[in-house]
Ligand binder design. Structure first.
Ligand code: SF4
Length: 63
C-alpha cells in the first residue's frame, strides 16, 4: 500500500482530491489533509493526476 502525502504549501484547497477519494482526503481550512492511509476505496492515482497544483505524492512503502 502506498503512503499519501499532501504538500500543504502547494495545496489550494480546491477539494478535487476529496471528491475523488473522500475516504482519504478531507479539506479543512483550505488545505487537504490525509485522513486515511487506506487508498483501496478509490482511484488514488486519479486524485494524484488531477490535483491542479500537483500537491499530492504517493510513496510506495516496503520497497
Ligand atoms: S486536489 Fe490538490 S490542490 Fe486540490 S485540495 Fe486536493 S491536494 Fe489540494
Amino acid at each position: 500500500m502506498a503512503k499519501v502525502f499532501v504538500d500543504e504549501s502547494l495545496c489550494t484547497g480546491c477539494g478535487l482530491c476529496e471528491s475523488t477519494c473522500p475516504e482519504v482526503f478531507k479539506v479543512e481550512n483550505n488545505v487537504a489533509k490525509v485522513t486515511s492511509e487506506d487508498t483501496s476505496s478509490c482511484d488514488i492515482q486519479d486524485a494524484v493526476d488531477n490535483c491542479p497544483v500537483t500537491a499530492i505524492t504517493l510513496e510506495a512503502d516496503g520497497e
